[in-house]
Each structure stands twice: as structure tokens, then as C-alpha cells.
Design a protein around this ligand. Sequence first.
Ligand SMILES: C[S@@+](CC[C@H](N)C(=O)[O-])C[C@H]1O[C@@H](n2cnc3c(N)ncnc32)[C@H](O)[C@@H]1O
Length: 284
Amino acid sequence: MPRQTQLEQVANSIRRYARAHRRYERRHPEIFNPIEQERLRGELAEVVGKVAAGPPRALDLGVGSGNVTAQLLRLGVRVTAADVSPHFLSLVRRRFGTGVDTVRLNGIDLVGLPDATYDIVAAYSVLHHIPDYIGILDEIERVLRPGGLVYLDHEVNDEFWRKDGCVVELRRAVAKRKVEAPGPWNPERWRWQRFLIPSKYAMAIRLKFDPEYFFGSEGDIHTWEHDHVEWSKVEERLHGLGLDVETIRDYLHFSAEYPEDLWQEYRDRGCTDMRTLVARRPAH
Ligand SMILES: C[S@@+](CC[C@H](N)C(=O)[O-])C[C@H]1O[C@@H](n2cnc3c(N)ncnc32)[C@H](O)[C@@H]1O
């Protein structure tokens, strides 16, 4: 992809988050809920535990509002928070003060960040925002210390895209529950009630002027059926760079919108929709 196109995509993301960053945590019930936070905490604790000598130094690539950074700080890690969005970076500075260093990225590579420095590079829900999400792996390898770990998380796996898979079934089951919910106010069951919701009108007007708003409101790039993060390509490049993939874990993400018992039922059946991967740069 030409560099100019990549820069335009990054600029679009920055523009989108200039507005969306304030509502980011409210708009992501699939991240900011106790179950997902607990899972993330466990994964990060495991990664931190794999670092040979402490205290570890981490790069939080695409820090957002500081989801991963907050967890890493609690685990005693020194964090550099990096992002393309100046809005998120000022939010992170307000939130953590001098507790973290912040770095503004160009969104294409990690120029300005030193070679062989970080014990951990974490990218949670970020790869799909990066125009060349395979090329960035070369840069991650460059800034990793020998023996350091890259932690990639919260990107959908192949199961997510299957038309006849368990994820589609789960979505249907969630929708059915909403329709069946008791009580007089149920716009899922009585569609006419939707005309009484002011935000629906605001959304309809917004979509008229900005048709991409619904799905592209945060400048997502690789989140479409025809263009999504392909884990097989990620693995291939990591192998090519000489990194050893240590963990691949598929999981069913929990969203605060799901009835918990339904989510548990599908998770226990082995249904998954997301992946986390940890790979190590060899020590020598
Ligand atoms: C979905 S948010 C995830 C934020 C955070 N990691 C979290 O756990 O909530 C995506 C983040 O990636 C950042 N981002 C977008 N394009 C990027 C790029 N090309 N390189 C690095 N970060 C990027 C956004 O500004 C945003 O902070």
C-alpha cells in the first residue's frame, strides 16, 4: 500500500478518535467489563512472569485510554505509552501523570523508538488499526530486547468470520433473549418503541452525512470480511523474523451486553472468536 494512503488512513483514525476518545470506555463494553479485565490481567501477569530479569520495561503500542498500561503498572512494569492519537496521549498523561512516558507515533513504523529496548511490546485491539499490520511486526522485533516478548491480543480469529459458526449462533441467542425480555419497554420486541428513542434520530442523521460512521467511527481498517487481520500471516512473519511463538490462545470474548449464562454456555462448548498470541525474540 503506498505510504501516502497509509498516512491518510492514520490521519482518519486520529480524526475519528478526536471525538470518540471521550466515549471510548463507554463504547467498548467488550473490553471494559470485569470478566475481560480479569482475563487480560491473567494474560499480562503470565507475560510479565516470563521476563527473565525485572523490573521489566514495556511498550504499550496503541495505548488508547490506558487499558493495558494500567494493568502493567499494577504488575510493577515501567511503561512507555505510544499512540498516534494526541487526544489519547493527553488523556493518558492526565490519568497516570509522570508514572508513564508517552510517545506519539506516525502510525506506520516505530521510528524514534530505540532498538533492543523493551522486554514486552503489547498491542491489544490495535493491529486492525495499523495500515501495514504485518510490516509493523518488523518494527516490534527491532525495539524488542533479545529475549523480549510481543503480546498481541483482542483481534478476532478465523472462527469469527464463519457464516455457520458458533459465533453467529451466539449472536442469535443473545438477540432472542432481548426479544423475550419481560416488561412493557422492549424496543426489540415492539419495534414501534424505537420511534420514541431520540438517539436513533441523531444516528440516522449522522449516517446520512457520514455513511461509514457506524462501522468506521474509530477509523478501523482491517475489520471487514474482505480485509481483516489474518493470524496465519502474522505467524508467518514472526517466524520469518526469527521469533518463537510461545502461546496462541483462542477465547470467547465477553461483552457486557451478553447474558452471562449464555456466554458461559458457549464458552464451555469451546466456542471462540478472538485470539491472543505471545512470541519471543530469541536471546542470542
Ligand atoms: C481500539 S483502540 C485500543 C486501545 C487500547 N490498546 C485498549 O486496550 O483499549 C486502538 C488504539 O490504536 C491507536 N492507533 C490507531 N492507529 C494506529 C497506528 N497506526 N499505530 C498505532 N496505534 C494506532 C488508536 O489511536 C487507539 O488508541
